[in-house]
Design a protein around this ligand. Structure first.
Ligand code: ARG
Ligand code: ZN
Length: 872
């Protein structure tokens, strides 16, 4: 059953209010839902309520009269009522088994507590309901449970009543004054520790902030709380958006399908994105906690106050909220570093998705299972689309658009078109061509050729764009592509020149056709072109620039993104040349000019350490693979390692120097961006020392590990040791396991680092680790850190010749689909890339997908990904 955007119809019934009563019991929870319903004028159609087959219907009451079976129609997925009055009260009782709910959608148990996940369609696993985002209403929720086991009872809105009940039970009543769609409903009950703080809003509202965690983790919430407070402040200052209730709760749970969920005033998080302290979290973890806490908080306006009309509009809230969290992290840390990391992630995840069988537009046209569309395209490319609007309209224009968007749509469920209309109307700017970014899939390839006319002093560039066909979209149209551009002079400074009658050092070129010429005037010398600065458009760019120009940009480009990017381009091109040499049985040499360029960066005192760490990091194996017609994982690995060793050897002394001088003074750990930058640079230097010295570096790595007083340093040592066949590897891994075996979150790192090893027998190790007492298929974080890390994070071993990596993945997907389809479907991704490999690999990859498809009854989740992967 394919769901299509073009089939959308508005709801026929409106809910005036909903009251729910939960009698919580692990195996048999009784849910009583009472809805005040109004049939909309002219809508003479039955009321169809969504309901999952895992839920039992107990009774149905219409205006206080129980209905006999014959009065309604019950199927596996719905409950239908006919001949209803215009206004009525419908009461439905259902019975559910949270303990048996391994899908982790709806109401389930995690480590003895009750929690919910309703987005996108989990509410229908709790009760029969119009489970669609354009049905919004107010909720009043009563929770009853045994007091000893579940002292904390939470839902959305305000806690308006509490009390004791007979038999050791108690209750709490929560009332949410804001109408919301069912996907934002949440309930939590458990024996939880709590950390509390306060925030006073710009309008003087005094808000209580609480983070609930499992006992023993109280001390690990401080950073999340601090991030929340900074997010609340930032949203007021940058967007003028203020929190709207007197309480804001966050709950951290161990078993969670994704990162976190923005339920109104009761955000529920995967514990790994809340709990952070220096001993257990890396700097990357701290940054993720900050970014995700902010993301979920920002949803209160972009997602909750204004929500999506239907799930095709998911990017309306996700793209916009990702843009907001990226801007927040940039403002809190460094815009240059943030931008580079965001683009790295876009290229690593979204570009391959958009070039493969699962390619879809930011606003998809159809789906089988909506859970499969929480993708890098909807989130990250969606954020790029918002970012382009921001750069087209400027900060002030963008904020005018936001203001109009809220004026028009507060309290409504709307579409991406409504959003662009607000942006367009507020700025009197036609965005109709631009909007194609929402409906056309695929990454545009932009090709630039340059011509300098010395006598006329003009610099002309011819820019072409092309988007390859994607599944279901044969014909592509030219997109509206904003390219921030400057011309760099021989002295390394941006030249002032005239474009479109404007004299400036930087210009925005707007590419709207398949091919266009742009002419800069008053250009006194042959310049170096710096185009798509800050990655102003999410495109693949090919230019005439050769290695010398790249080296020049690496040294001088005033735009930090392009400065970094020049090094990546240069690195990719060298690695590709080396790959070819390796494939022809030769021994690759390393371009000395690249080694010089890297050396200059390593020595440049003016560069911020975090940026330097990024600039000294070679493009990933995956990113190199992206640029190859036929991917050869072994040659890529070999070439990249060879280049690393050459860089390490050429600049060994400088890396030794960086390693020694970026050591932080002992004392209190500072999770801030600056200290993290020093740690990152020191880790990179350590890696190059390891590459230069080979196995003889093992004692240095071990001592780095032994001396580490924080997780970032410990993991840096393990990351390099994991690839080596030295006794220090086992001793460090064992020490780590001994120290952290009681902490699941940290054990995930231990699983992951082993799963990503380049050593010979990694797949056997992974199979062995699945027997480890800390491993379970029932926990999504465990699955991702071991199976996911191997299949996604270890291309070298996943793609071994004999196909054993593919068979392993197929086997795990089939097993996991019976437990948790959503997580199982996510694991399938890498197999869909089969077209990128030689015929031997292709056959084995397709065989693995077919094996999954033929394994018996599949979930919609896995079926959709597997069938599309094979067809694509
Ligand atoms: N809305 C959540 C977030 O971005 C994610 C929900 C994911 N849901 C899903 N079914 N995958 O913050
Ligand atoms: Zn989100």
């Amino acid at each position: 059953p394919v769901i299509r955007l073009q089939d959308y119809t508005a709801p026929a019934y409106r809910l005036r209010h909903v009251e729910m009563v939960f009698d919580l019991d692990p195996e048999s929870t009784l849910v009583t839902t009472t809805m005040a319903v109004t049939r909309l004028a002219g809508m003479e159609v039955p009321l169809e309520l969504d309901g999952d087959r895992d839920m039992a219907l107990v009774s149905v009451w219409l205006d206080n009269r129980e209905l006999p079976d014959g009065r309604y129609e019950l199927t596996e997925e719905s409950l239908t009522l006919r001949d209803l009055p215009e206004e009525f009260e419908l009461q439905i009782q259902t019975s559910i088994n949270p303990k048996a709910n391994t899908k982790l959608e709806g109401l389930y148990q995690s480590n003895g507590m009750f929690c919910t996940q309703c987005e996108a369609e989990g509410f229908r696993r709790i009760t029969f309901f119009p489970d669609r985002p354009d049905v919004m209403t107010t909720y009043r929720v009563t929770i009853r449970a045994p007091k000893a086991d579940y002292p904390v009872l939470l839902s959305n809105g305000n806690n308006v009543e509490n009390g004791d009940l007979p038999d050791g039970r108690h209750y709490a009543v929560w009332d949410d004054p804001f109408p919301k769609p069912s996907y934002l409903f949440a309930l939590v009950a458990g024996d939880l520790a709590m950390m509390e703080d306060r925030f006073t809003t710009m309008g003087d509202r005094d808000v209580t902030l609480r983070i609930f965690v499992e006992h023993g983790n109280e001390s690990r919430c401080a950073y999340a709380m601090d991030s929340l407070i900074r997010s609340m402040k930032w949203d007021e200052e940058r967007f003028g958006l203020e929190y709207d209730l007197d309480i804001f709760n966050i709950v951290a749970v161990s078993d969670f399908n994704m990162g976190a969920m923005e339920n109104k005033s009761l955000n529920i998080f995967n514990a790994k994105y809340i709990l952070a302290d220096p001993e257990t979290a890396t700097d990357a973890d701290f940054a993720l906690v900050e970014g995700i806490v902010a993301h979920e908080y920002f949803h209160n306006w972009t997602g909750n106050r204004v929500t999506c009309r239907d799930w095709f509009q998911l990017s309306l809230k996700e793209g916009l909220t990702v843009f907001r969290d990226q801007e927040f992290s940039g403002d809190q840390r460094s815009h240059a570093v943030q931008r580079i990391e965001d683009v790295r992630m876009l290229r690593a995840r979204q570009f391959p998705e958009d070039a493969g069988p699962l390619s879809h537009p930011v606003r998809p046209d159809s789906y089988i299972e909506i859970n499969n569309f929480y993708t890098a395209t909807v989130y990250e490319k969606g954020a790029e689309v918002i970012r382009m609007m921001h750069s087209i309209l400027g900060e002030d224009g963008f904020q005018r658009g936001m203001k109009l968007y809220f004026e028009r749509h507060d309290g409504q469920a709307v579409t991406c078109d409504d959003f662009t209309a607000a942006m367009s109307d507020a700025n009197d700017m036609d965005l109709s061509h631009f909007k194609l970014w929402y409906s056309q899939s695929g990454t545009p390839l932009v090709t630039v050729s340059e011509h300098y006319d010395e006598t006329a002093k003009t610099f002309r560039i011819r820019v072409r764009q092309e988007t390859r066909p994607t599944p279901g979209q044969e014909k592509k149209q030219p997109l509206y592509i904003p390219l921030r551009t400057a011309l760099i002079g021989q002295d390394g400074q941006d030249l002032s020149c005239r474009f479109d009658g404007v004299e400036a050092r930087e210009h925005v070129l707007t590419l709207t056709k398949a091919e266009q010429d742009f002419v800069f005037e008053g250009v006194g010398e042959k310049p170096i072109l710096s185009i798509n600065r800050g990655f102003s458009a999410p495109v693949i760019l090919k230019s005439d620039a050769g290695h010398p120009e790249k080296a020049f940009q690496m040294a001088h480009d005033a735009d930090p993104f392009n400065r970094w990017n020049a090094g990546q381009d240069y690195g990719v091109s060298l690695i590709l040349e080396m790959v070819e040499t390796l494939q022809n049985g030769g021994k690759p040499d390393v371009d000395p000019a690249f080694l010089d360029a890297m050396g200059r960066i390593a020595r440049d005192q003016a560069i911020d350490p975090a940026f330097k760490a990024l600039a000294l990091t070679l493009p990933s194996e995956d990113y190199v693979a992206e640029q190859m017609q036929v991917v050869d994982v072994e040659a890529i690995h070999g070439a990249r390692e060879h280049l690393r060793r050459a860089i390490g050897t050429a600049h060994r002394d400088q890396f030794q120097h960086l390693y020694e001088t970026h050591r932080l003074e002992d004392g209190r750990f500072d999770p801030g961006a600056e200290a993290a930058g020093h740690r990152a640079l020191r880790s990179v230097a350590l890696g190059y020392l390891g590459s230069a010295d080979g196995d003889t570096a093992a004692p240095v790595l071990k001592s780095h590990f032994d001396q580490a007083d924080n997780m970032t340093d410990a993991m840096a040592a393990l990351r390099y040791l994991t690839d080596m066949d030295v006794p220090e590897r086992a001793s460090c891994l064992t020490a780590f396991e001994e120290r952290w075996k009681g902490n699941q979150q940290v054990m995930d790192k231990w699983f992951g680092i082993q799963a990503m090893s380049a050593r010979q027998n990694t797949l056997d190790d992974v199979r062995g680790l699945m027997e480890h007492p800390a491993f379970t298929m029932k926990n999504p974080n465990r699955v991702r850190s071991l199976i996911g890390a191997f299949c996604i994070g270890n291309p070298l071993h996943f793609h071994v010749q004999d196909g054993s990596g593919y068979d392993f993945l197929a086997e795990q997907v089939i097993a996991l689909d019976k437990i948790n389809p959503q997580v199982a479907a996510r694991l399938m991704g890498p197999l869909g890339q089969w077209r990128r490999f030689d015929s031997g690999h292709q056959e084995k990859m397709k065989a693995a997908i077919s094996h999954v498809l033929e394994s018996g009854e599949l979930s919609k989740d896995v079926y959709e990904i597997a069938s599309k992967s094979l067809a694509g």
